[in-house]
Design a protein around this ligand. Structure first.
Ligand code: THU
Length: 144
């Protein structure tokens, strides 16, 4: 799938963001290895810590429906009412760790979106170097 389509979807998903506390709306579009699209937005909470980022919303929707293999995620975020092109919105550390669980850091693309035309593409390994993942546990003897 075209990165431009992913970028547009991430931008559009900002409209569903539930962000009454930060006013910062984030949308995400996650592409599975076989070309299916799962979307997400950030979902905040009055108790603050239960807040879920857009990226994790998309991952948890997909994984809960049986998906395990992914090729790319597009992320678009900015203050409510911000016009395109947005400032780049880079995933938080917790979301990078979740990506590490399900994605190959050598190939998984993280697309940081400013507009449909303007985005920057990173590999997960660039944003999360030396990340700890499932492979680390396998190498030390998997007891599951
Ligand atoms: N947020 C995301 O959803 N994704 C990011 O990549 C950065 C931060 C959300 C969490 C919170 O609802 C708001 O943005 C401000 O941190």
């Amino acid at each position: 799938m075209d990165r431009k389509i992913l970028a547009r979807k991430a931008l559009d998903m900002r409209k569903f963001s539930y962000a009454p506390y930060s006013g910062f709306r984030v949308g995400a579009a996650l592409l599975t290895a076989d070309g299916k699209l799962y979307t997400g937005c950030n979902i905040e909470n009055a108790a603050y810590t239960p807040t879920n980022c857009a990226e994790r919303t998309a991952f948890f929707k997909a994984v809960s429906e049986g998906e395990r293999n992914f090729q790319a995620i597009a992320i678009a975020g900015g203050p409510e009412g911000a016009k395109e092109p947005l400032e780049l919105c880079s995933p938080c550390g917790v979301c990078r760790q979740v990506m590490m669980e399900f994605c190959d850091p050598e190939t998984f693309e993280v697309i940081l979106v400013r507009s449909e035309e303007e985005y920057q593409v990173y590999l997960l390994k660039e944003l999360f170097p030396q990340g700890f993942g499932p492979g680390n546990l396998k190498e030390s003897g998997d007891r599951r």
